[in-house]
Structure formats: C-alpha cells, structure tokens
Design a protein around this ligand. Structure first.
Ligand SMILES: C[S@@+](CC[C@H](N)C(=O)[O-])C[C@H]1O[C@@H](n2cnc3c(N)ncnc32)[C@H](O)[C@@H]1O
Length: 179
C-alpha cells in the first residue's frame, strides 16, 4: 500500500512522535490493527522501542514479525470486548487504517480508554470518508468520541483533516489524552 501513495502509517507515526519530544524509548505503545507493521516500522525509526502489535490475522502478524519492530504479537479482534490485557497497560494506543468497512466497531473506543494509562494518548488516523459512509460509523463514531469526552474520560488534543493520506484523499487524525 505504501507504493500506492498510502501515507497513513507515516502520518500516524509522526503524530505520535510529536507527542513525545523526549524519552520515546520508555513509551509503551499498542498498535491496533497493525497489519503488516507499517506503523510499527515508522515508530521504531522515530526512537520508540516498546511497541506491541494486535491484529486478528495471523498472516498479517507473521509479515509484521519479519520487520523485527514489535515486542509482542496479539492475534485477536479488537471488537469492544475486554482484551486479555490488564487496564492501564499502555502509554498510547495507535490505530491507523483500522476504521474501514468490516473492521473495528465503535465500541472498541471504550477498550482504548481501559488499556491506556491516565496521561497517555489515543492516536487514530483514517479516511473521513469511512466515518461518514460505513454504517457502523456514520452518526455514531464521532458522537461516541464526544460522549467519552463529556464523561471526562479523555480530552481532545486534536481532530483535524490532513491532505495526502492516501493518494489524493485526505485523512482525519484524532488525538485524545486519557484522563
Ligand atoms: C488497512 S489494514 C491497516 C494496517 C496498518 N495499520 C496500516 O495502516 O498499514 C487493516 C487491518 O485491520 C485488521 N482488522 C480488521 N478487523 C479488526 C479488528 N476487529 N480488530 C483489530 N484489527 C482488525 C485487518 O486484519 C488489517 O490488518
């Protein structure tokens, strides 16, 4: 996909880098919907060291393993149910390209809140097109993000569109700080 002008992983990794000007080697990250590891590859180039990959496809995880960038490989659906991971485990959860048709359900946002330590971050990138056209997301995804914020569980740091996310298509980047 990178040869197809897919900049999502680079955008996601750059946004995460900018949240941590120092001490990236101590930041523990879960890359949800890691796929073949394109986000992890870029995080490591930015100086992050402790990155786990979660994806329901063992084939994808096997490819990601070959990149030599992840610590743990979790073969599971991120489907809103509790993962077999203790609360407040990660400093950040990143999701790039996970919100498309037939992928992550909205409910998984609450699991992000459970997994990230207070003071940590949720970083997500996708095409806004998916959020407005996929039945699971339209009228729900951004409302749930706002609802979680109104419950005081996280605080918006940024939510904005970025050009050139995938070819000529723009992306949308969400960054929330867990309270
Ligand atoms: C478009 S790829 C994105 C991969 C990578 N993050 C990137 O941006 O290059 C979407 C990935 O989401 C995974 N996926 C689909 N449903 C999922 C779910 N419920 N939980 C976690 N990952 C899921 C797929 O297996 C696939 O690897």
């Amino acid at each position: 996909m990178s040869e197809d002008g897919y900049k999502g992983p680079a955008i996601t990794a750059d946004v995460t880098r900018d949240l941590y000007p120092n001490g990236r080697e101590n930041v523990y990250i879960l890359d949800v919907a890691a796929g073949t590891g394109m986000v992890g590859e870029r995080l490591i180039k930015h100086g992050f060291v402790k990155v786990d990959a979660l994806d329901p496809s063992q084939g994808m995880l096997d490819e990601a393993r070959e990149k030599g960038v992840y610590q743990k490989f979790i073969c599971a659906y991120f489907d809103g149910k509790e993962q077999n991971i203790p609360p407040d485990t990660y400093d950040a959860v990143v999701i790039c390209g996970g919100c498309t048709n037939m992928h992550l359900p909205c409910d998984c946002l609450r699991e992000v809140v459970r997994l990230v330590k207070p003071g940590g971050y949720f970083v997500m990138a996708t095409r806004p097109f998916h959020l407005t056209t996929v039945d699971e997301y339209k009228g729900r995804f951004e409302n749930l993000i706002d609802q979680i914020e109104s419950e005081g569980k996280w605080t918006k740091i940024r939510k904005d569109t970025v050009p050139g996310y995938h070819g000529e298509h723009e992306g949308i980047v969400f960054v929330y700080k867990i309270n």
